[in-house]
Design a protein. Structure first.
Length: 230
């Protein structure tokens, strides 16, 4: 399992701590004016409610607006973010919800306890060699039949490093991947890709966006625990 002090985690944490206030002011609710994205999150909520009465983790929860929307849709949910400053702002904006600091590469959760995992634009900061660790954590913590919804910029493979944003000096890496690449990684982790929706950039977005839905396989009859011989 990835050590929580991996270099990329420290760089991502410090970068988002630096820009947290400006980011939250700029993106108070990224779903409010985007009915397609909102509909996909709503569909995810319906799937997890139908499968199991287990909580959903919003990984990379940022200012907390997606966590709040899932809560409004009747989903038991909590937010996890690498940035302590982001977590503080999310708690301030949504005091009735739970947010804590953590990393998707090392989830502080027991096996098989999550009904779903939502990660909107957060795997984009995970390097290729750490992505299998994150997806293995998804598989480990999900209940059988639990769903994953990912969103990422998805037109080509690539890497970008930003050293400045909102007037702050940062060191933030972005990793662009195609839906095929992410689907293959999910499959390798034992998760089943179910659907992918690709939409064109809107407003000041520069790259197409992909929403990718997957699930942890349900137990087959032959996989059920067998009683020990008498």
């Amino acid at each position: 399992m990835t050590h929580p002090n991996a270099d990329f985690l420290q760089a991502t944490r410090s970068s988002y701590d630096a820009i947290a206030k400006e980011y939250a002011d700029r993106f108070p609710d990224g779903l409010a004016f985007n009915p397609l994205d909102r509909a996909l999150v709503t569909a995810f909520a319906e799937l997890v409610r139908a499968n199991a009465p287990a909580p959903v983790a919003d990984l990379g929860s940022g200012p907390g607006y997606v966590t709040a929307r899932l809560h409004d849709l009747g989903v038991p949910v909590f937010g996890v973010d690498l940035s302590p400053r982001m977590v503080a702002l999310a708690r301030e904006a949504h005091p009735h919800l739970r947010f804590h600091v953590g990393s998707m590469t090392s989830l502080d959760l027991p096996d098989g306890t999550l009904g779903g995992i939502l990660a909107l634009y957060s795997i984009i900061h995970v390097p290729d060699d750490h992505l299998p660790t994150a997806f293995a954590e998804f598989h480990r913590t999900l209940v059988p039949g639990g769903h994953v919804l990912l969103a990422f910029q998805g037109d080509e493979e690539g890497h970008l490093r930003l050293t400045e944003r909102f007037g702050h000096e940062i060191g933030l890496d972005y990793y662009w991947r195609t839906p095929e690449t992410v689907s293959a990684r999910l499959t390798q982790a034992g998760l089943e890709p179910m659907a992918a929706t690709r939409r064109a950039p809107l407003d000041d977005e520069k790259r197409p966006r992909v929403f990718l839905l997957a699930r942890k396989p349900t137990l087959k009859p032959d996989d059920s625990p067998r009683p020990a011989p008498g």
